[in-house]
Design a protein. Structure first.
Length: 318
């Protein structure tokens, strides 16, 4: 692909996994959710296959986009823990394809990276874990702190946690947002205790229905999703940053409904898709068997990685 100067406020980057600068164009997409103007290019690295936005907004411009377009969304995310028996809640999570926290141990110290208003923190705390969180959005942090949760305002590297501080790190829909996923995972490795667990959820670029949705796929989410991972590219990144891992896929029914809604509104010419709305539970349950088959094939909507910190191999001399 020919090199052209990026527009003002944008930067050209190399692949975050292998460093390759050659790439092929995949799609030109626009923001159909939050109202950020412009069109954004998605490319795929010719070296390792990682898909990412290129050119992308500079950190300064991206920060402005978050400040101007994300706060209203976060402000609506007030949440109350489910008041139903835990076994019933777990069964519903499995049937509906929702990522589960069952792999989290019942003791130890956990950090929720990108904790939002603290939904996962409250679930972890209810399991008996000591929990901290961090998020870059001040509105979300304020809501979480009002719940009595210990939350740092800023990014993971800014928090400067001590080495070997946590037993578990949770990253739900975070890794696709950060400028350098590799740096994020190296920092995660540093602050995890030996054999500590890292749990990642992010969109699956190999999702079965992505070709159908085309440029109206909700998970493009420009300019906020900078990277688009497959099981292969996420697995390679985890291996290269010191983690053994197991990656599966999941398809929450209500999340897939949002994908359909955005796509349908795009077909009708609507400028922006509504954020709210969900199919009735019986519809989601009826579709659950098909979704679980898709998940078993590795083609579900989301990737879910459970990784374990491994000792780093000493650098070879020479």
């Amino acid at each position: 692909m020919a090199d052209f100067p990026p527009p003002d406020g944008f930067e050209v980057v190399a692949c975050n996994i292998c460093g390759e600068r050659q790439h092929e164009g995949l799609a030109t997409v626009s923001d159909m959710e939050t109202g950020v103007p412009g069109r954004f290019e998605i490319v795929r690295c010719t070296g390792c296959g990682l898909a990412f936005m290129n050119p992308r907004p500079t950190p300064e411009l991206l920060s402005r986009f978050y400040q101007e377009h994300y706060p209203p969304h976060y402000a609506r995310q007030e949440w109350t823990a489910p008041r139903i028996p835990e076994m019933v809640y777990r069964l519903w999570q499995w049937l509906d394809g929702q990522p589960s926290l069952d792999i989290i141990r019942k003791s130890g110290k956990a950090l929720d990276v990108g904790c939002g208003v603290g939904m996962h923190m409250e679930l972890l705390r209810s399991k008996g874990m000591e929990v901290e969180g961090l998020d870059a959005n001040p509105i979300a942090v304020e809501i979480a702190r009002r719940r009595g949760l210990r939350v740092f305002l800023g990014g993971l590297e800014e928090a400067r946690y001590p080495d070997n501080e946590f037993d578990v790190l949770l990253m739900s829909h975070v890794i696709e947002h950060v400028p350098s996923p590799a740096d994020l995972l190296r920092e995660a490795w540093r602050i995890l205790r030996p054999a500590g667990r890292l749990c990642i959820t992010c969109p699956n670029f190999d999702f079965l229905l992505r070709p159908l949705f085309g440029s109206a796929w909700k998970r493009w989410h420009p300019p906020f999703h900078l990277y688009h991972f497959t099981s292969a590219t996420l697995g390679r990144l985890l291996e290269e940053t010191g983690f053994a891992h197991r990656i599966t896929t999941c398809t929450p029914g209500w999340e897939l409904w949002l994908d359909w809604t955005l796509w349908w509104n795009h077909r009708k010419g609507a400028p922006r898709a509504p954020r709210n709305g969900s199919p009735r539970r019986w519809i989601r349950l009826a579709m659950a068997p098909a979704f679980r088959v898709i998940d078993r094939l590795g083609s579900g909507l989301y990737l879910r990685a459970v990784a374990r910190k491994q000792p780093l191999e000493p650098a070879s001399s020479g």
